[in-house]
Write a protein that binds this ligand. Structure first.
Ligand code: HEM
Length: 517
């Protein structure tokens, strides 16, 4: 009978000359010193490996679990820490912290910028909207502003979101992104046209995350102490103004630096050139909303700034890079449902759906205790949630481990704040009674704001880049019906735009042209 003697293979590794007595000793995951990170055990000098070799098994098994699911959208991104400062008293509009804490109040925040459709390793300068998410740690709980760098969105019916995203992501058969499905979707769902104009202008390829604005897109309800409320949209305005790449510059950067915007943000902060934004709001009273030309809950529409002027209310500065990207950026979990008392959702159906979707995806991506991960954790939290995967504190928040885990009649670990759940639910003139099964229908009015964007807001350069970029994109579409529908869509914005794009790909707008009639 042959006995194999376990042999510890010493790889000859010794800590280079840095070694001194003050350095920590290398250990396995259980804290046991191990002679070298490269060592492993074999049954004889050339024999198979041993199951008893905890160090090797621990090293490999932890390594193969290093990845968590990437975000299903907005997977590629990065961010930094900073603060929000209140610069105006708006307690006549909201009682929400930090505004209720007074002018000059500063709260810590973390921001994450992202592209939407690409995977975690995809290029920063792809044509795409940019995510613009802000986690404010207020005295009354987390307030997540989960915004984009565009004032409107592609959809106003929440059920469309997964289908729209499927059309923009990879084909299940070929694993390729296909212009056919992108334009097939867009040309069939033309309420997206305002966002498409922005996306295919050079605003679709921002030069720097510090040089783009963010918008809430949605309408929210901000409520005062007396229950009085306004509809509110938020705009976060870059103090440097906006700066975009043209299509050639964006493509060149894809070839030379996939992480152009990530690096730019990090370099700016390292150099002390802190990115900053001015936060402004637009407000509308419930009575005004009834006179507004569009549905106040339709997020494919802007509120014109000359009719609903911007009111500056705060300042954002990013002044600290993450020390640990995974802990502080990848594990960030935002949710539009995270709002302090005094801010409420409107009845925008897309917002209502998002209130559910984000915490749900965080439970999948990070687990049920994602709110206790330090970067997501509120400044104070005390409740009866206990245990679950990766729970590492004794109780919820500041409560001692032995505190009652239900509302006890013997001890009172928490006090209760009587408050109605939804103050503004009282008298919402935009919520007529009755159950409906519906989605928005396209109408000619859906082309009015895109027409104004194209003719009065875009510069000549933006108009030309839009035309060139759309021609380049539609030239890759191989289905003539999709190309025709797309040309018709642009002709509905403006006949001259339809004519230019059509002639670029050899099509004429249909006659008669149907624009949502
Ligand atoms: C990320 C769903 C609409 C902005 C995400 C994620 C999901 C999601 C599942 C990944 C979150 C994570 O893994 O942590 C949806 C659904 C929508 C919708 C179901 C509509 C029904 C919107 C809109 C905006 C937006 C309208 C902007 C106004 C963002 C941003 C992120 C994100 C900025 C990235 C957050 C981060 O940096 O972690 N969305 N989304 N989304 N979404 Fe949405």
């Amino acid at each position: 009978m042959v006995f194999f003697l376990p042999v510890l293979l010493l790889t000859g590794w010794a800590r280079p000359s840095l070694a001194n007595d003050t350095l920590p000793v290398y250990t396995d995951g259980g804290g046991h010193p191990v002679s070298s990170p490269y060592d492993y055990q074999r049954a004889g000098p050339n024999g198979p490996l041993l199951l008893q070799d905890f160090h090797l098994i621990d090293t490999l098994s932890h390594f193969v679990r290093e990845r968590i699911p990437e975000r299903v959208v907005h997977a590629k991104g990065s961010g930094a820490h900073g603060y929000f400062e209140v610069t105006r008293d708006i307690t006549n509009i909201t009682m929400a912290a930090p505004f209720s804490d007074g002018v000059g109040t500063k709260v810590p925040l973390t921001m994450r910028f992202s592209t939407v459709a690409g995977e975690a390793g995809s290029p920063d300068t792809n044509r795409d909207p940019r995510g613009f998410a802000i986690k404010l740690r207020t005295s009354k709980g987390i307030w997540d502003w989960v915004f984009n760098n565009t004032p409107v969105f592609f959809i106003r019916d929440p059920t469309k979101f997964p289908l729209f995203i499927h059309s923009q992501k990879r084909n299940p058969q070929t694993n390729l992104r296909t212009p056919n499905s992108q334009w097939d979707y867009w040309s069939q769902n033309q309420e997206a046209i305002y966002q498409i104009l922005i996306l295919f202008s050079n605003r679709g390829t921002p030069a720097s995350w510090a040089q783009m604005h963010g918008w809430s897109g949605h309408t929210y309800k901000w409520v005062t102490e007396t229950g009085d409320w306004h509809y509110v949209k938020v705009k976060v305005i870059s103090d440097e103004g906006i700066n975009n790449l043209n299509a050639t510059e964006a493509k060149d950067l894809i070839a030379s630096n996939l992480d152009h915007n990530t690096q730019d943000l990090s370099d700016r902060i390292t150099a002390g050139k802190f990115p900053s934004w001015t936060v402004a709001i637009q407000t509308m009273t419930p009575a005004e909303s009834l006179k507004f030309k569009y549905d106040v809950n339709d997020m494919t529409k802007i509120w014109p700034e000359d009719e609903y002027p911007l009111l500056e209310v705060g300042k954002i500065v990013l002044d600290k890079n993450p020390d640990n990207w995974f802990a502080e950026i990848e594990q960030l979990a935002f949710s539009p449902a995270n709002m302090p008392f005094g801010a409420e959702p409107s009845n925008d159906p897309v917002l209502q759906a998002r209130l559910f979707a984000y915490s749900d995806t965080a439970r999948h991506r990070l687990g049920p205790n994602h709110e206790q991960i330090p970067v997501n954790c509120p400044l104070a939290v005390d409740n009866f949630q206990r245990a679950g995967w990766m729970r590492v504190d004794g109780g919820a928040g500041t409560l001692p481990p032995g505190a009652a885990n239900y509302p006890s009649s013997f001890e009172a670990p928490v006090s209760f704040t009587p408050r109605p759940y939804n103050l503004s639910a009282i008298a919402d003139p935009n919520n007529p009674q009755g159950t409906v099964l519906t989605s928005y229908k396209l109408s000619p009015r859906d082309f009015e704001q895109p027409n104004a964007l194209f003719n009065t807001e875009f510069t000549d350069v933006e108009r030309q880049s839009l035309v060139d970029n759309v021609i380049a994109a539609l030239s890759s579409v191989t289905v003539p019906q999709i190309q025709q529908r797309s040309v018709d869509m642009f002709a509905c914005v403006d006949p001259a735009l339809g004519e230019k794009i059509g002639s670029g790909i050899g099509f004429k707008a249909s006659s008669p042209l149907k624009c949502g009639e």
